[in-house]
Write a protein that binds this ligand. Structure first.
Ligand SMILES: Nc1ncnc2c1ncn2[C@@H]1O[C@H](COP(=O)(O)OP(=O)(O)OP(=O)(O)O)[C@@H](O)[C@H]1O
Ligand SMILES: [Mg+2]
Length: 334
């Protein structure tokens, strides 16, 4: 698919956003041995924004940097480059002791409901812990709020679960405890990191319905992290596709799924079982990409740029908000 001439995306939406990342990078230092050290660039120059009440899905394969972006967006990690904004405040390097307000307004549901919940704490203690940390002293108030959070995630009757231990619960129930814990301070923004990847199939729909209820009834904004682009279509307003630490395509769910441009996006869509023969061309693109990952992306770059050159996001002409990576965007935009 050819891309006509293009312009760099306007960032007006980013300035009005609840959460905005601007050219964020994350380089991890690693220890390879006693005298050797190395570094891993997990995220390179990622920009994204999320409006109040909006859900952005961050989609990509394992190791593409999704969790790292999610943790940076609520400053559980400090980025090594770029800026992070929350409701107009630059939180990129704000010290933890000045982030108390953010800990109330933003929360995370962790990827793994098995390792993220302390097995020695009861459900009630786990969910109430953020309140204890925030200094809510009245036990009766904490219990009341725990009960309300359990009801919000459909763990009812709440009294049955409050004194249970997570080890006695199914994966789906544990993940609901994780969601209740994230909800307890009534945040405006939740990073939901693969919230259904480690739960049984029968619980997945129910958990996604709980999250959708929070979107609709409380207007919570979400960064929904997933490797499953099909679930993103149903849950998200917009989708950003990550590959090797960079966003290669973003737009509304309809733009990205119905009119994918980047070969990596097409590959992800093709990986979803697709009975419709009209989508066969996507599968062919995926097969080529899988044969020769880097080269295929290079070959399909509409302007034939070098895969080693810096990558820019271009706006697809006539498709406001639909951005796609192109290696030679900068010279064309000038
Ligand atoms: N603390 C760390 N130290 C060193 N490298 C890290 C650290 N955290 C993440 N990485 C590396 O950064 C890259 C991105 O990791 P990340 O967990 O963000 O990916 P992901 O897209 O969430 O993957 P998954 O789908 O498996 O959860 C990986 O190569 C990972 O090994
Ligand atoms: Mg992850």
């Amino acid at each position: 698919m050819a891309l006509p001439s293009a312009t760099l995306a306007p960032d007006a939406a980013a300035t009005a956003a609840l959460v905005a990342l601007d050219d964020v990078s994350m380089v991890f230092r690693t220890n390879k041995g006693l005298f050797r050290s190395g570094q891993v660039t997990a995220v390179g120059d990622v920009s994204l924004h999320i409006a109040r009440g909006e859900t952005l899905a961050l989609v990509g394969e394992s190791g593409s940097g999704k969790t790292t972006v999610g943790r940076i967006s609520i400053r559980l990690l400090e980025p090594t480059g770029g800026r992070v904004w929350f409701d107009g405040q630059d939180i990129s390097h704000m010290p933890e002791e000045r982030l108390g307000w953010l800990r109330k307004r933003a929360a995370i549901v962790f990827q793994d409901p098995f390792s993220s919940l302390n097995p020695y704490m009861t459900v009630s203690e786990l969910i109430a812990e953020p309140l204890v940390i925030a200094g809510v002293r009245r036990r009766a108030e904490r219990e009341e709020r725990v009960r309300a959070a359990l009801t919000a995630v459909d763990l009812t009757p709440a009294a049955r679960f409050m004194h249970a231990y997570p080890t006695a619960m199914s994966g789906g129930q544990r993940q609901r405890v994780g969601i209740a814990r994230a909800l307890i301070r009534e945040p405006e923004f939740i990073v939901a990191d693969e919230p259904v990847s480690m739960v049984d199939a029968s619980s997945r729909v129910e958990i996604l319905n709980v999250l959708r209820g929070l979107q609709r009834e409380r207007g919570v904004a979400f960064l929904y992290i997933t490797h499953d682009i099909a679930s993103a279509r149903h849950f998200a307003d917009r989708i950003a596709v990550m590959h090797l630490g960079a966003i290669v395509e973003s737009g509304t769910a309809r733009q990205v799924i119905d009119h994918p441009i980047h070969p990596y996006t097409r590959a992800l869509i093709a990986a979803v079982p697709e009975p419709d023969p009209a989508n066969r061309f996507r599968r062919r693109a995926a097969e080529r990409w899988q044969d020769e990952p880097g080269a295929a992306i290079h070959l399909e770059c509409p302007h034939g740029g070098s895969p080693t050159a810096e990558t820019f996001l271009l706006q697809v002409p006539g498709e406001a908000g639909h951005l796609v990576a192109c290696h030679v965007a900068a010279p064309l935009a000038r």
